[in-house]
Design a protein around this ligand. Sequence first.
Ligand code: ADP
Ligand code: MG
Length: 450
Amino acid sequence: MLPIIKEKWNEILELMKIENDIAEVAFTTWVIHFKPYKVEGNMLTVSVEKENLVLDANWFSKKFRMPLIISIAEVLETEFDVRFIIPDGTETDSDMEEEESKADSSAVNTHLNPRYTFDTFVVGKNNDIAHATALAVAEDPGTYGNPLFIYGGAGLGKTHLLHSIAHYVLSKHPDYRIIYVTSEEFTNELVHSIQHKQGESFKNKYRNIDMLLIDDIQFIVNKESTQEEFFHTFTTLYESKKQIVISSDKPPKDINGLEDRLITRFKAGLTVDIQPPNYETRMAILKKRAELDNIKVDDESLNYIATNIKSSIRELEGALKQIYNFSRLRKQTINFSLTKEALENIISPEEKRPVTCELIIETVAEHFNISPDDIKSTKRNKEIAYPRQICMYLCRKMTADSLQAVGNSLGKKDHTTIIHGEKKISDDLKKDENLQNTIDVLIKKINPPK
Ligand code: ADP
Ligand code: MG
């Protein structure tokens, strides 16, 4: 973990500066001397590498510990506690850490990013239903629809919505026991509890709560014992009318390797999607972000970002951050020419990837959680053969390639195979509404709307 922290360290410090309005002079006097020193468990030790310091570690802790914890959580999406040491050997004394961490225990335990709230979430056509549904669920947990299942591509705001729900519920019911976990953490915790024979306490922890928010459920595919345990957790909570909120990168039925009984349960609740934002929403998000971070940036620059970065809000925000850092480095205010220069590496002139069979294969493979090589292989099992036929159909529909060219892209398949595959999907589409949805989603992923 330490190398990752080191790699992102400047970004973490910059973010801390912006979010806490740390004065330039304080930044250059103290903060630039902070260096990540070691990691033990979730404790990060930061050394203050400045000579002739008159201040002790407690002083730094009081001033910078919470801001750092928050910035680290935002940049790395992992929670660390922080303590300071000064090269002469003094450390933050542990009493104080304890005192402080008690006060913040609710925020740390529930693992929530303080910035991810409904207030900071910009609503557009791409996410208005997801937003309204999430808010309704937060208003009346356990009654509106259970589970609430939110799906959408990377960086489109799923985690932001999940945290917003938790913040909202906690603001009205501070005593609610709410757990937010990623499915990966859930899995790791389960494995740990099995290894240490603490299965009972794991069960107690997850089954005696008021609300469970589980992020990125797609990561429990093919993990049988996790799915088994999750099913029982789910059922227990569901039967006692406790709200469950789930996020995923695709709709329940498309998650390959997920047990049928879980898919059935998920489908019985409310399912909402988040699509990539359109231009207006991208502009609105950028403006909000600039306002929150106190970054002065002209409209032409914002327009340039919003026109060129379309698929992920995380990338939109990243571009803004990059311009900001660049302007600080250059000691210049942000303008269009600076923006273009700062983003040279991110934005290439031919922004949109042309639709080719190769792109279609990559996208379909990712969607179904298999590899492009599987698609090009001769494997005949349904999990692979069906996505392969979808590729045949989409290559014929979305590119001008000949049957033979499509056959070649799909691993030297005969042209009759392609005709057969295309026809199979066309026929299925007439009777299978789910397939139509899947195809629509895939087309949008391959060729995102402007
Ligand atoms: P996901 O979990 O879907 O990958 P995140 O929730 O982590 O995406 O969002 C990525 C970044 O984009 C976060 O910083 C988040 O605050 C921001 N973001 C996403 N959607 C919105 C929105 N509608 N309004 C404002 N910020 C957003
Ligand atoms: Mg997420």
